[in-house]
Design a protein around this ligand. Structure first.
Ligand code: ADP
Ligand code: MG
Length: 625
């Protein structure tokens, strides 16, 4: 039999000591040893046989059944190891015949498959994007760990199910048709391109997702691999960014117009003031006063617009917000009327923030009036004050906001609520859903501008029929910090403003505004030197003349602003007093303002405010009346 099967690897050895008695040509080929070399040697030693299963098991099997099948490792003559599938047959008396096959290649292939599988599994587990593999029928075959997290299903819940379970209608009903159509026509709609589609989670929640599909053929079967990126947060971020950009653009526009109007109003009311003083009582004085009142109304309007454009001068002071709100509650109650209940809830003991108290009062009043309008048949307004942490993620698109501690004022009503379309535009100036005369559309925009300028954040939550909540986050401050103040603007002060005889250098690029300023100052008794820009002012300052005070606009053409000019003139004339004026609180002033309290005046200003400020700077008694 051994001779018959000579081409195969046949070895016969003695059971007792393992000495080889027969070595076929097939064995020569398999192990590299010739018959002469092998016969007479001990098999275990020659081939360094290693058993995958215990060796004793082979002995037992041979003794009991006369055969043994198994896998062993054996060494080739040149030293490399072979994986051998071996069948042994007891050949009485006292011999064993073994037939051997090299299964090394098969073994390697198996290991390679196992390695690839592990590799694939690790990809499925770690790839940050959700990955779903389906077959031609749409049956889910693999489901990555990220897909489990995204869709809320475990792999075992989806495996073997149709992928349509991850889609909302109408894709859910149509997916089979999509697949069929592709398989029959080969026309691609999504494969290889990627699409933004809607997915549905186990919870039923729908979400926007970017889907990219790849196709492979394995064993004549097509498989499709889908990569899914969750777009929920990106969409939200983009939406927020769009909103922020819109508000920024409107703010710029409004602020710019308001600024120019302020200049015009300065001219108008300045001239009116001078006419009024010269006019005889009972002559044209009433007319002038009426015009003056209209100019005042105009100034109030530009003030509101500046508030939205984040350019109103704020008088921020450290305050306990709960106490402030408690002080306002009478006013709010009166604004709300009798059918609306006001509730104030305070959590936490110290809710301190830097805030302009009168502007905050204004803001809350605006919110209360809106709530009243939204609750014509009565209801409840709740003002809640608490601590809030804002995390980095929430400040996201807002470079001006820092994560950290805030004081949260939440104002909720039980009114009509807003539709998404109204909600989106509610902060825009002049946006109103109220009839002519009923609404100006400036309420929420002022609140928005005030909160933003205060370094805070405002959030609007509203559903039709479910009321409205406005959340105002003001940057929290530890109460031991010292209170800071900026300048306030007093209007309509005593009838006889204090004058003086000092010399004042007036710098203002707008000729009409300059003319008014110069006329007012001369009226008050001062010596006045004019300059229309910073360069001219510097030249004048260089000449040997007395100048007691520099009165300059902040924003001027020619590259040098009022603040820089003041610094340069101070270098030339160290004792000089400085008063700056501006149509709005430029950031540079707002930042430095605190240190230089009282050195600037907001436009439009009254003669009285100007006169008082000048005396504060120049000191009392120097001038006449
Ligand atoms: P106005 O009150 O003059 O209309 P606002 O800027 O205060 O202007 O508000 C803009 C719009 O936002 C309102 O016309 C209204 O449609 C909507 N709105 C504001 N607050 C509320 C609220 N609490 N409930 C329902 N809608 C509101
Ligand atoms: Mg309003």
């Amino acid at each position: 039999m051994a001779a018959l099967l000579d081409a195969g690897s046949i070895i016969i050895y003695r059971t007792s000591d393992g000495v080889i008695s027969h070595w076929s040509s097939g064995s020569e080929a398999l192990y590299g040893w010739t018959r002469q070399e092998a016969v007479g040697r001990v098999l275990q030693e020659l081939l360094a046989t290693g058993f995958v299963s215990p060796r004793a098991a082979m002995g037992n099997a041979l003794a009991k059944t006369g055969t043994w099948d198994g896998e062993v490792q054996q060494r080739h003559r040149d030293g490399h190891m072979l994986a051998i599938a071996s069948r042994m047959i007891a050949v009485p008396p006292g011999s064993v015949l073994s037939i051997n096959h090299d299964v090394s290649d098969l073994k390697r292939a198996q290991l390679e498959i196992a390695r690839r599988e592990a590799h694939l599994r690790s990809i499925l587990e770690t790839v940050p994007e959700a990955m779903v593999v389906i077959d031609e029928k749409g049956t889910i075959d693999s489901f990555s760990a990220a897909a489990e997290r995204l869709f809320g299903y475990s792999t075992s819940e989806v495996h073997g199910n149709n992928v349509r379970m991850l889609m909302p209608p109408p894709d859910r009903e149509n997916h089979d048709t999509y697949l069929e159509r592709y398989l029959t026509t080969g026309r691609r709609h999504i494969i290889g391109y990627g699409r933004i589609v809607t997915g549905i989670k186990k919870s039923g929640e729908r979400f926007p997702m970017e889907l990219a599909i790849g196709e492979t053929i394995a064993n004549g079967q097509r498989i499709f691999t889908g990569f899914i990126r969750d777009l929920t947060s990106r969409h939200k971020l983009e939406e927020e960014l769009r909103q922020a950009q819109k508000m920024e653009a409107i703010g710029q526009l409004t602020g710019g117009i308001a600024h120019d109007f302020n200049n015009l109003l300065t001219v108008i009311s300045g001239n009116l003031e001078m006419i009024e003083r010269r006019a005889e009582p009972g002559s044209i004085r009433e007319l002038v006063q009426a015009a003056q009142e209209a100019a005042d109304d105009g100034a109030r309007l530009t003030g509101q617009l500046l508030a939205f454009g984040r350019r109103q001068p704020l008088n921020a002071q450290l305050a306990d917000i709960s106490q402030l709100v408690a002080h306002f509650s009478d006013l709010l109650r009166r604004a709300l009327g009798e059918t609306i209940e006001l509730r104030t809830v305070v959590t936490g003991s110290s809710n301190h923030a830097m805030v302009d108290a009168s502007q905050l009062q204004n803001a809350l009043l605006n919110l209360a009036l809106n709530a009243r309008d939204a609750m014509p048949r009565g209801g409840r307004l709740t003002v809640e004050i608490s601590h809030a942490e804002i995390a980095l993620a929430e400040t996201g698109t807002r470079p001006d906001m820092r994560p950290g501690e805030y004081v949260l004022i939440a104002v909720s009503d039980t009114g009509t609520g807003m539709t998404p379309a109204v909600r989106e535009r509610a902060f825009e100036p002049f946006f109103t859903t109220k009839g002519v005369g009923a609404g100006t559309g400036l309420g929420l925009s002022m609140v928005y501008g005030f909160v933003t300028q205060s370094g805070g954040l405002i959030r609007l939550e509203s559903e039709p029929g479910h009321g409205t909540t406005v959340r105002i986050y003001l940057p929290g401050v530890r109460p031991q910090a010292s209170p800071e103040t900026t300048d306030g603007n007093a209007r309509r002060e005593p009838a006889r403003p204090p004058g003086g005889t000092e010399t004042i250098l007036v710098v203002e690029d707008e000729p009409r505004v300059r003319r008014v300023a110069v006329a007012r100052l001369r009226d008050l008794g001062y010596e006045v030197i004019e300059a229309s820009n910073a360069a001219e002012a510097l030249a004048t300052a260089g000449e040997a003349r007395t100048i007691d005070l520099l009165f300059s606009d902040v924003v001027m053409p020619g590259g040098m602003d009022g603040g820089t000019l003041a610094a340069e003139i101070r270098a030339l004339r160290p004792g000089i007093k400085v008063l700056l004026t501006s149509g709005f609180a430029e950031p540079s002033i707002a930042e430095r303002g605190q240190a230089e309290t009282g050195t600037w005046l907001r436009k439009p200003y009254t003669t009285a405010a100007l006169a008082t400020r000048l005396r504060t700077l120049l000191g009392p008694g120097a001038g006449g009346g």
